[in-house]
Design a protein around this ligand. Structure first.
Ligand SMILES: NC(=O)c1ccc[n+]([C@@H]2O[C@H](COP(=O)([O-])OP(=O)(O)OC[C@H]3O[C@@H](n4cnc5c(N)ncnc54)[C@H](O)[C@@H]3O)[C@@H](O)[C@H]2O)c1
Length: 258
């Protein structure tokens, strides 16, 4: 029997590297899935490849309505929402702060920060209702970043958004600590997904050289593989981790140690 047998798990940004990895990881442990992404086709393809009951709804996480509809979908299709992985996100152009276009800054904040706020705003009341009716609330795992814990040169507005996600996580965790809802953040360093591929492309250097440059400040001198981050997401969501809330779980190859 899997760790998440029968649990309903909602994942945003599900069609991307970490989202897809998390969907597969939860499915392998017996979960039923509610998946969302702005990329409708990739989302449908993913759902078709999973061996578990899956509901999908495509949309833009920067639109509050999507978060409301996702919670309704979980409740209508599966009767409850046990775990939410708020993962959808974008990165910004790799430039110093004065060069960040203000429109781009607003879009990063709308997706990476407000997207998580809207998600939690609609997930928490559903989990609270569940806690009141049968004593089983829920778990929220927000995907922040190492850039949510320390500064990130040439990623200022992204870092601001991710610091914001950490702030939302800690504040809401304290608000709901006695109401059956645990809320934690996972903070990865560079992980081998489309996001890192984008950095490599932007650098114009050969891949090996670009990755060496990217991981210069990482004690392990490499990027994370998707499975290494997914393992931390599942750990944070695991019901046996019942005393962990408001925590920022760094998966960073040692960045935070120096
Ligand atoms: N890959 C890394 O190096 C890294 C490091 C730290 C944190 N993160 C965070 O992990 C999360 C997942 O990123 P990833 O590495 O899997 O990247 P990814 O680009 O592979 O996946 C992101 C997914 O989010 C979706 N998305 C983008 N904008 C959206 C929107 N407005 N509404 C709904 N969905 C949208 C994309 O379509 C994509 O499927 C992000 O929040 C990212 O900031 C990634």
């Amino acid at each position: 029997m899997g760790r998440f047998e029968g649990a309903t798990v909602l994942i945003t940004g599900a069609a991307g590297g970490l989202g897809r990895g998390a969907a597969k990881g939860f499915a392998a442990e017996g979960a039923r899935l509610v998946l969302s992404d702005i990329d409708e086709k990739a989302l449908a393809d993913l759902a078709g490849s999973l061996q578990t009951e899956t509901a999908i709804l495509a949309g833009d996480i920067a639109e509050e309505r999507l978060s409301e509809d996702l919670v309704k979908l979980a409740a209508e299709k599966f009767g409850r929402l046990d775990i939410s992985i708020n993962n959808a996100g974008i990165v910004q152009s790799f430039v110093r702060l004065p060069q960040v276009a203000s429109d781009e800054a607003r879009r990063v904040l709308e997706i990476d920060l407000l997207g998580v706020f809207y998600a939690m705003k609609h997930q928490i009341p559903q989990m609270e209702r569940q806690f009141k009716s049968n004593g089983k609330g829920g778990v929220i795992v927000n995907i922040a970043s190492v850039a949510g814990l320390v500064g990130a040169p040439k990623l200022s507005i992204y870092a601001a958004a991710k610091h914001g996600v950490v702030g939302l996580t800690k504040s809401a965790a304290a608000e709901y600590a006695t109401k059956g809802i645990r809320i934690n953040a996972v903070c990865p360093a560079h992980t081998r997904t489309a996001m890192v591929d984008g950095f490599v492309r932007m650098s114009g250097a050969p891949e090996a050289e670009a990755l060496t440059e990217l991981t210069r400040g990482v004690p392990m001198k490499r990027v994370a593989e998707v499975d290494e981050v997914v393992s931390a997401i599942l750990f944070a969501a695991d019901p046996s981790n019942s005393f962990m809330t408001g925590h920022t779980l760094a998966v960073d190859g040692g960045v935070g140690a120096i």
